[in-house]
Design a protein around this ligand. Structure first.
Ligand code: COA
Length: 144
């Protein structure tokens, strides 16, 4: 299957990103709707992955404070490498900003997923919107 990936602003991608986050975070994970969307969306860089029918199937965002978040793939499209493509794209954008490291609050079940990209857990887990999370950081190697 071929997937197309778009990178853009909230204005560019909100329709698709909103749909995926509603399906995954609000309906599947029961995150309260009023907490799912925030003012940070408008100032973040967003990624949306489209399938061969041009349906949006995955998303994620890079916030101005160098945090990656809201990484989500529709249940029907998991295990196909889409999550990896989203995180790689966000990491690439973060590295270009050259701020040294990028942070995320990983749901603890997804810790092993983020470790694949070199993220390392920091501290103990905590509850965020009722879901166990852990802080993870990926340090970029210094350029010669
Ligand atoms: N825990 C551990 N490993 C995981 C994982 C998880 N939750 N989800 C995927 N992986 C592994 C896969 O087994 C695969 O490993 P392999 O290459 O060794 O076979 C690798 O990560 C790549 O997986 P991929 O197919 O790219 O992931 P995905 O497209 O299924 O997306 C999530 C992964 C976590 C984004 C997706 O499961 C999801 O949307 N979950 C619900 C929302 C969520 O929890 N988001 C994370 C918020 S921190």
């Amino acid at each position: 299957m071929t997937y197309r990936l778009e990178v853009g602003s909230w204005e560019d991608l909100f329709y698709e990103a909103q749909h995926i986050r509603e399906e995954v975070f609000i309906k599947e994970q029961k995150v309260p709707a009023h907490l799912e969307f925030d003012a940070v969306d408008a100032v973040s860089l967003h990624v949306v992955v489209f399938d061969e029918h041009d349906d949006a199937v995955g998303t994620g965002r890079l916030m101005p404070n160098m945090h990656i978040g809201r990484v989500a793939v529709l249940p029907s499209h998991r295990g196909l490498g889409i999550g990896v493509r989203i995180v790689e794209q966000l990491l690439d954008a973060a590295e270009k900003r050259d701020d040294g490291s990028v942070v995320l609050h990983a749901q603890t079940h997804a810790q092993a997923f983020y470790e694949k990209f070199g993220f390392v857990a920091e501290g103990s887990d905590f509850l965020e919107v009722g879901i166990p999370h852990i802080v993870m950081r990926r340090v970029f190697t210094e350029k010669a």
